[in-house]
Structure formats: C-alpha cells, structure tokens
Design a binder for this molecule. Structure first.
Ligand code: AKG
Length: 184
C-alpha cells in the first residue's frame, strides 16, 4: 500500500481494470505501457527481488527437463495482480515487451497464489471460443514459443478456494494474487 504500492490501472476513458497492480523492474500502465516510474505517484519501480529471480529460473529449468526447446530468460519485470473475489481480466495479448523478447518467444512465468481462477486462453479475443483451465494456488504457468502471444484472461475468481494454511499463515485478503515474470 502507499507510494509505489498497489494501484488500479485505468484507461484514458476513465474505465479501470478490475484488479490492483504493483510492478517491479518497470512499471506497466495501459496508457504509458512500460515506464520506469509509476504514473499515479511518480515512484520508481523497485528491482525484482533476487529470491524470486532464482525461483523463476528454477521453474524454467524444471520445465526444460520436459521440453528442452523452452528458452531461458532472466526476469527483469515482475508484475503482481491482485483480484478481489469479483476481479477479472479481459482477453488480451502481452505484447509490450521488447521485439527481441517477443520474437524469441521468451517465457512469461505466471504464479498463482490464493483463490483459484478460471483462466481462459485461445487464438483470438473471443472468450466464447477460448479454452479454460483452473489455476489454483501455487500453480505455475509458462507461456513461451508460440503460446507466448496467445490471448488470455481471467474469467472469474472462485471465492473461498484458497488453501486454509495459506490464509492462516499470511494476511492475504480474500482473492487471488498473480505474479508474472518477464524479460523486457
Ligand atoms: C497478465 O498479467 O497479463 C495476465 O494476463 C495475468 C493473468 C492471471 O492473472 O493469471
């Protein structure tokens, strides 16, 4: 909370995303895309914590054991989304990273914490034609290669689905955190 903390990203029209966001490495906002500073309070995005860089690299290494074509990457952007139990995110592509990162299909590593989410993915923006997978707390999803540019979104959060020990040991509010790691 406070300067450099969670904010609700918004568009020129005044419409806001149905989630709260906090960024490390580079700030992202629908109007500025990636920038060094937060648009709302001018605060500089802090660096990606080293412990999380190691976690992401280990996750990629583990998946490379199953598919050696998955490219390695060094996460220099870390975006945290917090969805309340009514939060959601429309179908979109993640295309604001550098052309080099997109061309190489460098992975985006996404980690879910808290309540489960109905996650949609597909070849276009039409959510009715999308596939769906349930992302539960501690699931790690990697988009890479061709799937790097797939459309995706969060259809709904399943209330009261977070693991009890997580709620007992943390101060997590009802809802879901999603952590995504990217290389610009
Ligand atoms: C994004 O940050 O671009 C997402 O699509 C997040 C998806 C999620 O919350 O699982």
């Amino acid at each position: 909370m406070g300067p450099g903390g969670f904010y609700q990203p918004g568009f020129n029209s005044g419409a806001k995303l149905n989630l709260h966001m906090m960024c490390f490495g580079r700030n992202w906002d629908p109007q500025t895309k990636y920038a060094a500073r937060y648009r709302c309070d001018g605060y500089q995005a802090p660096p990606v914590p080293e412990k999380l860089v190691s976690l992401v690299k280990t996750s990629i290494k583990d998946s490379q054991a199953h598919d050696d074509k998955i490219p390695s990457m060094h996460p220099d952007i870390y975006i945290v989304n917090f969805y309340t139990t009514t939060g959601r995110l429309g179908m979109h592509q993640d295309r604001n990273e550098s052309s080099n990162s997109l061309r190489k299909g460098l992975p985006i590593v996404s980690i879910s914490v808290g309540d489960s989410a109905r996650f949609s993915y597909g070849h276009n923006r039409d959510v009715r034609k999308a596939n769906e997978v349930l992302l539960e707390s501690c699931d790690i999803l990697i988009f890479e290669g061709k799937s790097r540019n797939s459309y995706h979104g969060v259809k709904a959060i399943i209330p009261n689905s977070a693991p009890l020990p997580l709620l007992q040991q943390s101060k997590l509010k009802p809802g879901r955190l999603n952590l995504t790691f990217r290389q610009f």
